[in-house]
Design a binder for this molecule. Structure first.
Ligand code: SF4
Ligand code: SF4
Length: 313
């Protein structure tokens, strides 16, 4: 089968499995990107996320992850859900965490796609990734033509916005490759202006991860620094602001993944109920959810911080 036909087969399968977008790039060294990664790490913008500094070679060289790698299939899987939390004063939860843990849900889909590729093309070696190994997901999605990396440093699809997970299959099969697309941020600065902690550089395209609310509420194990008092905009787990204000997200496509459907009570909990939540309720509410990552104590810390800062709580 010709390379182009192989790529068409893979993309058709990806759409059948519910992926929002699929692009393919040649598996080669991420040369320019590795320079940016190094600068970002040197500025300590990864904060306490020490794992970001590990496995530098694996991050920038796909053949370090999959020997003999020829291609990177980049995929997007929507988590967009227009339903909001009912109590406008309740501490906010990032939309990606409404349902079951995406690592498991998307990995299942990736495995199905990889199985289909193997049964069509024979003995192929490769690995699937979803935020699970040192893979530069946004850079591969950009190289694969899925979208451009916006000033908010997220991958933006020109017809489907940015509320999606990224995933990859790196494999030793030659395929037909896509070209990157242009950057359509233009003169817009909405994400930079809206970020409550000034985590995005004034010129965009660069983020101080250690100032991002997602980092402060999920990654940071210590207390949230006092300097962020009154800057959290009532977010208790993650933050969606720089996506909510992005004009390209008017094109977001709601997901159809039943596993991402939130438990009804999750969106209807009141401010008081969040504040008084006990460990048992937390465990039942977030069974199989990515929110479990912070553990009960972590979420409680975040809610208490919001309470103390007297923002919207
Ligand atoms: S997620 Fe929130 S805190 Fe982080 S850069 Fe975007 S707007 Fe700023
Ligand atoms: S809000 Fe504007 S500047 Fe920011 S990523 Fe979206 S289009 Fe680009």
């Amino acid at each position: 089968m010709q390379h182009a036909n192989r790529s068409t087969f893979i993309k058709e399968k990806a759409f059948e499995l519910g992926f929002l977008s699929c692009g393919i790039a040649k598996a080669e060294l991420l040369d320019e990107e590795s320079v940016h990664l190094k600068q970002w790490l040197d500025q300590n913008y990864h904060g306490e996320m020490h794992y970001m500094a590990n496995h530098f070679d694996k991050r920038v060289n796909p053949t370090s992850l999959v020997p003999g790698a020829k291609s990177v299939i980049a995929l997007a899987y929507s988590y967009y859900n227009p339903t909001q939390q009912t109590d406008k004063e309740a501490p906010k939860l990032s939309m990606y965490a409404y349902g079951k843990d995406y690592h498991k849900v998307v990995r299942k889909k990736l495995n199905l796609l990889f199985d289909a590729i193997k049964s069509e093309f024979g003995d192929i070696s490769g690995r699937v990734f979803v935020d699970s190994a040192p893979v530069m997901e946004r850079d591969w999605a950009k190289r694969s033509g899925i979208g451009w990396i916006g000033k908010n440093t997220l991958l933006i699809h020109p017809k489907k916005g940015s509320f999606f997970f990224l995933a990859e299959i790196i494999l030793d099969l030659d395929l037909d490759y896509d070209d990157p697309i242009s950057d359509y941020c233009g003169t817009c600065t909405r994400c930079i202006d809206a970020c409550p902690t000034d985590a995005i550089d004034t010129n965009g395209y660069l983020m101080d991860g250690s100032k991002c609310i997602s980092y402060l509420t999920i990654e940071l194990k210590e207390d949230i620094p006092e300097t962020f008092k009154s800057k959290m905009d009532n977010w208790m787990f993650g933050c969606d602001i720089c996506q909510q204000v992005c004009p390209w997200n008017r094109f977001s496509v709601p997901h159809t993944e039943s596993e991402f459907a939130p438990k009804t009570e999750l969106l209807s909990l009141t401010k008081e109920e969040w504040q008084k939540m006990d460990e048992e309720t937390f465990a039942a509410l977030f069974e199989g959810s990515a929110v479990k990552r912070t553990k009960y104590e972590g979420l409680k810390r975040n809610i208490d911080f919001l309470k103390e800062e007297g923002s919207d709580l």
